[in-house]
Structure formats: C-alpha cells, structure tokens
Design a protein. Structure first.
Length: 271
C-alpha cells in the first residue's frame, strides 16, 4: 500500500515519483504542521522534480500557510536535490546537519529542538547510513521521522560514506528512545509507515547481527572480496541491488577488522 497522502495529526506524506530498487516506491516528503498553524515545515523535499516540488509547495501553503523551514534528514540526493528549488519557490531556509547542505544561517545538531509550525521536532543524530543522518522526533504524534536509518520495507544499506559501528549505535539509541518516548510510529524516508517501532528496531538489530555472522561464515568458506561475499550471502536480495549490498559488506568487513584489531590490542595490553 502506498504511503502517498498518509496523514497523522500533524504530518502528511507526499511520495516523490522516483521509484527504484534503492528508493522503493520513491522518496517520502513530509509536511508537518500543528492543525491551524499559519506555518508548515517540509522534511526531505526529494529529487529535483518540478512537478513533485510544486505539489509539495501547494500542500504546504494550503489554507494560507507559509513554509517556515525545509529540513533534511541527510544529504543524499534522493532526499536533498530538490531543496534549493523548493527554497526558491517558498522563500524558506534549508536546515541540515551538514553545513554544505544548508541554505541560510541555521543548521541543527543532536539534541536541538526545532520549534516551528506550532510543533516541536527534536533532532536525534543517527549516523551510520551516512555520517550526517538524523532522525526527527515529533513527540506530539508519538512519531519519529527516520530518513534512511530505518526503511518502511526491507533494511537499510550502509552507504559508501557510512559506518556500521555508528549505525549499530544509532539503532540501539533509537530502540531506547522508542521505549522511553512511547513511540507509536516510525515515518521513514522510503516505504510505508511502521506501527510497531520496538519490534521493527529489534528486527533491524537482529538482522545486522545475522549478516555479520554470515560474513564471518563466508570468509571461513573462502570468500574474500565483497562481490564474492554478496554472491554467497545476499541470495535473498534482488540482484539489481547487489552493487549497493557490496557497500554494506565493505562496512561489515571494516567493522569486523576493527573488532579484531581491538581484541588484539587488549590481548597485548594484558600480556
């Protein structure tokens, strides 16, 4: 079921027309506003697609609202390429963790609270998929916008600029947040919304542990290159995404190598 047009009390999703094996149905652009607010916030305007951006703008300014800010969960182009154009259409600044993606003087960092459109959005740094990835907590809806840290279907690739150790720590942090904040919804950057945040995050953590064990087994069986490991353990994944799976395998190999180096250092220190 498509998420296009999904609405919670304060959030509306518009689906960008950029489906692919990597983006699933397309990029989810989120419009957030307290009911009755004269302002709206746009999260992840998506690709440089004029029709989509004008549809987002029309929804954001419905009821004589104005766009207060454009927020990016991270800088990958399927989320951010349309930001400058939407900023030009709306007059709103672009805020991001990465200064290179900002338009205007303000960015944000972990723990910041963005107060706009009558809502409070708390920034939760969730690096791993990319170094600049953040999630945004909308406590009033019991919802977390996860960008690409958690997807609505399948699991997340550790991108070429990502780091598996960071990603595992981010998942653990979100698991704790889901319980502490009583989260009811995960609203991802791709795919449908997720109505059981704790179960989803438990699955993500278990899946990563399983993949690491599979990589160890593939190495023990003689696989050496990321391509060889992908061919051995990603048999349940469409071959069209195997090149991206190699990014995750490289991240897994780096993680395992760092673990091994740390264990050797501990052993040497104990001698």
């Amino acid at each position: 079921m498509t998420i296009d047009g999904f609405r919670s009390t304060r959030a509306t999703c518009l689906l960008a027309p950029n489906p692919s094996p990597m983006t699933l149905d397309g990029t989810n652009t989120w419009i957030i506003a307290e009911p009755g607010s004269p302002w709206a916030v746009v999260v992840d305007p998506g690709p440089q697609d004029e029709g989509h951006l004008r549809r987002v703008l029309a929804e954001a300014v419905a009821g004589d609202r104005r766009v207060a800010s454009i927020l990016l969960t991270h800088g990958h182009l399927d989320h951010s390429a349309g930001a400058a154009r939407l900023a030009g259409l709306s007059g709103a600044p672009v805020q991001a963790a990465d200064p290179a993606r900002r338009l205007g003087t303000e960015g944000f960092a972990d723990g910041d609270v963005i107060t706009a459109a009558g809502c409070e959005l708390r920034v939760v740094a969730t690096p791993g998929h990319s170094p600049d990835s953040v999630s945004l907590l909308l406590a009033a809806d019991g919802a977390l916008f996860t960008g690409d840290t958690v997807l609505g279907r399948g699991t997340t690739v550790i991108a070429q600029d990502g780091d598996l150790g960071d990603y595992l720590r981010s998942l653990e942090q979100l698991r704790e947040l889901a319980e502490a904040a009583g989260l009811r919804l995960l609203l991802p950057g791709h795919g449908p919304m997720l109505a059981d945040p704790i179960a989803t995050l438990d699955y993500y953590l278990a899946h990563r542990a399983e993949r690491l064990e599979q990589v160890r087994s593939a190495q023990a069986a003689g696989a050496r290159t990321p391509a060889e490991i992908v061919a051995m353990i990603y048999t349940d994944v469409d071959r069209s995404v195997w090149p991206a799976a190699e990014w995750s395998v490289r991240a897994q190999l780096d993680y395992l190598a760092a673990q091994q180096a740390g264990q050797q250092t501990e052993q040497q220190a104990g001698q």
